[in-house]
Design a protein around this ligand. Structure first.
Ligand code: ATP
Ligand code: MG
Length: 332
């Protein structure tokens, strides 16, 4: 079986609809065909300041949401990144083969540090893509399910894996991004040209999975569209309507051309109200399942402990090979 690996940050508490459609749904699907490793990336979360109690709670909450979304600990390996110290260890190795200029070209750092103010951005935020490279290479992943915003980081991963292999002999599998075009970028409901994001400036267009469904329904009903009246998919002319069609199609499994037909002659209001209902119907059982996993911390911790153990076995083997190839003397 090919390997899949991905990680998700526990920073905001709730995942949002972009995380779910762009990434988590693909995690669930790849369990069937891949030897899949998924982790809550707490080491990435601390690249920006975190309140310790909140981080602890959010990390468990993230794991509970992943299980609620359909990850099955019998069919995948679910763990917390910091439980596997090899991530930080291989991360250092990768730092040492990355060019400073190369790291400086990562657009996500530019965006995030600009938002924070350049003086407040940490070195950790700057090197976070390099830790992500280590995350992926440790598991010899073939496939990395992510949203479009991660494409550049996967490209860096491929470059560094090839560089290491070229210098020291074949050590790492070269991974490919698994990006599902239709849902690779879900947009903010109030600003349909911006990616829906945890760190959005305003929460009005951000659909958090764990918000009160009534609040989310209202966000759908007041989504920004355009002054035209036709319900038609057109990313450049009609980004708001197109985003709503994308979400509708992803949640119901109805193709976009069929949706266009279904809504012919109907107003934007009908599409928004329907979508609000569809979302609430989908998210309500998700809330229940998340609550169940949170309500049983023993089971949750045991899933995560078993996951970490399985992950460590794989990660330790890769790290040992990398150290050895580079000439680090093994401890006797
Ligand atoms: P931030 O904006 O702080 O980076 P985020 O919303 O991007 O947060 P992450 O934890 O960085 O959340 O991303 C987790 C996964 O969700 C990644 O694979 C990312 O590509 C994907 N993702 C995030 N936002 C979207 C979106 N709007 N549409 C599709 N996929 C997304
Ligand atoms: Mg992100």
């Amino acid at each position: 079986r090919p390997r899949a690996l991905s990680g998700i940050q526990p920073t905001a508490g709730s995942f949002h609809l972009g995380n779910y459609l762009g990434a988590i749904r693909q995690y669930v699907a790849l369990q069937e065909s891949h030897d899949a490793f998924y982790m809550v990336v707490d080491l990435h979360a601390i690249t920006v300041p975190q309140d310790p109690a909140e981080l602890r709670a959010n990390t468990r909450l993230a794991a509970a949401q992943l299980l609620a979304a359909g990850l099955d600990p019998d069919r995948c390996t679910l763990f917390i990144q910091s439980h596997v110290p090899e991530h930080a260890q291989l991360g250092w190795v990768m730092n040492c083969i990355t060019g400073f200029g190369e790291a400086s070209r990562m657009t996500q750092f530019k965006d995030k540090s600009a938002k924070q103010g350049a003086d407040r951005a940490t070195v950790g935020l700057f090197t976070y893509p390099i830790l992500q490279v280590a995350d992926i290479l440790l598991y010899q992943a073939d496939s990395v399910p992510v949203g479009e915003d991660q494409r550049q980081h996967i490209e860096l991963t491929r470059d560094l894996a090839e560089r290491f292999n070229g210098r020291y002999g074949h050590t790492f599998t070269i991974p490919a991004p698994h990006i599902v075009r239709e849902v690779a970028k879900i947009y903010d409901l109030q600003d349909p040209t911006a990616k829906m994001s945890k760190s959005a400036v305003s929460p009005k267009g951000l659909v958090n999975l764990l918000d009160d469904p009534k609040v989310s329904a209202k966000k759908f009903r007041s989504a920004v569209t355009d002054t035209d009246t036709v319900i038609r998919y057109d990313e450049t002319e009609k980004p708001g309507v197109s985003n709503l069609l994308t979400i509708h199609s992803a949640l119901t499994g109805t193709g976009i051309p069929e949706l266009e037909q279904q809504y012919e002659g109907k107003g934007y209001g009908a599409l928004k109200t329907d979508l609000a209902d569809i979302f609430v119907e989908w998210v309500t059982p998700f809330h229940e399942r998340t609550r169940e996993y949170l309500g049983d911390p023993e089971t949750l911790d045991s899933v995560l402990a078993k996951g970490a153990e399985k992950a460590r076995a794989v990660a330790a083997e890769t790290l040992a090979a990398a150290y050895d190839r580079m000439g680090l003397v093994p401890a006797k």
